[in-house]
Design a protein around this ligand. Structure first.
Ligand code: FPP
Length: 248
């Protein structure tokens, strides 16, 4: 089948998750400090949120800060936290106007108090919005998420509320940070690396994965549209044969 060249509006992924990589290398190419790359990266965030909404995506998860990112130099961590706080403060009115609900996944207790306060306020003010979910992965790690889920389940088993044989996929789903969200259909990684970097390890089991060399600060509407077109050309079999998929 030839690859479709334009978007099929009836086959838009519900949930797109993105590893926004390449800010630092892009800045270096421009002979600018790393933080400049993150700053321009925020402009990409704004454009991709808008494009995702326009195309009819329901949920967009962005890997904004990983558990491993705490190991970066203090000024870079501080700079990223500042950009995040700024973004949330600046975008809140637009989120309210466009009925965007802000959610987050990760260990947000680790965030600086002022950033957490702005984040919690934005989440609570947008909690009733129903057009689009912008889900930020902050201080997020897939293994840490699984550990907290397993601990929660173990406590329930120890207390007698649950038996070991009752543990199934749905129960595990319900103990993850993403309990309220569908699994991602499409996972994009920018910046030329081809790995998952501890992102949505359980949830991405059946996601289509799309790697691109485009650095995040240059990943804009056109590149995003291209990723969706490629997604639409793939066949998702969920372990079945092509013939089974074709016969519905
Ligand atoms: C990866 O690039 C990017 C990050 C670690 C942070 C992403 C953050 C933003 C785009 C800005 C803040 C986010 C929001 C939602 C407002 P890198 O620094 O690892 O790049 P490199 O691999 O080229 O060094």
């Amino acid at each position: 089948m030839p690859e479709p060249q334009s978007i099929d509006p009836s086959h838009i992924p519900h949930h797109v998750a993105i590893i926004m990589d390449g800010n630092g290398r892009w800045a270096k190419q421009q002979n600018r400090p790393r933080l400049y790359g993150h700053k321009v990266g925020v402009e990409s965030v704004q454009e991709i949120v808008e494009s995702a909404m326009e195309l009819g995506v329901d949920v967009l998860t962005l890997y904004a800060f990983s558990t491993e990112n705490w190991k970066r130099p203090e000024d870079e961590v501080g700079g990223l936290m500042g950009l995040l706080k700024n973004y949330l403060q600046k975008e809140l009115s637009r989120m309210l106007k466009n009925r965007i609900r802000l959610t987050c996944i990760g260990d947000i207790q680790k965030l600086p108090a002022d950033v957490r306060q702005v984040l919690e306020q934005a989440m609570s003010e947008t909690a009733q919005n129903d057009k689009f979910i912008l889900n930020l992965a902050l201080s997020y790690g897939g293994r840490a998420e699984l550990i907290q889920a397993i601990r929660g389940i173990a406590r329930e088993v120890a207390s007698g509320a649950l038996t070991a044989s009752e543990i199934d996929e749905e129960l595990i789903d319900n103990h993850l940070y993403t309990a309220e969200l569908p699994d991602p259909d499409l996972l994009i990684r920018t910046g030329g690396e081809a790995r998952l970097s501890n992102f949505l390890l359980w949830q991405a089991s059946y996601a289509e994965i799309y790697f691109t060399d485009v650095m995040w600060p240059e990943f804009r509407k056109e590149a995003f549209t291209q990723a969706i077109i490629e997604y639409q050309g793939r066949e998702r079999r969920f372990g079945r044969t092509s013939a089974q998929v074709e016969s519905g």
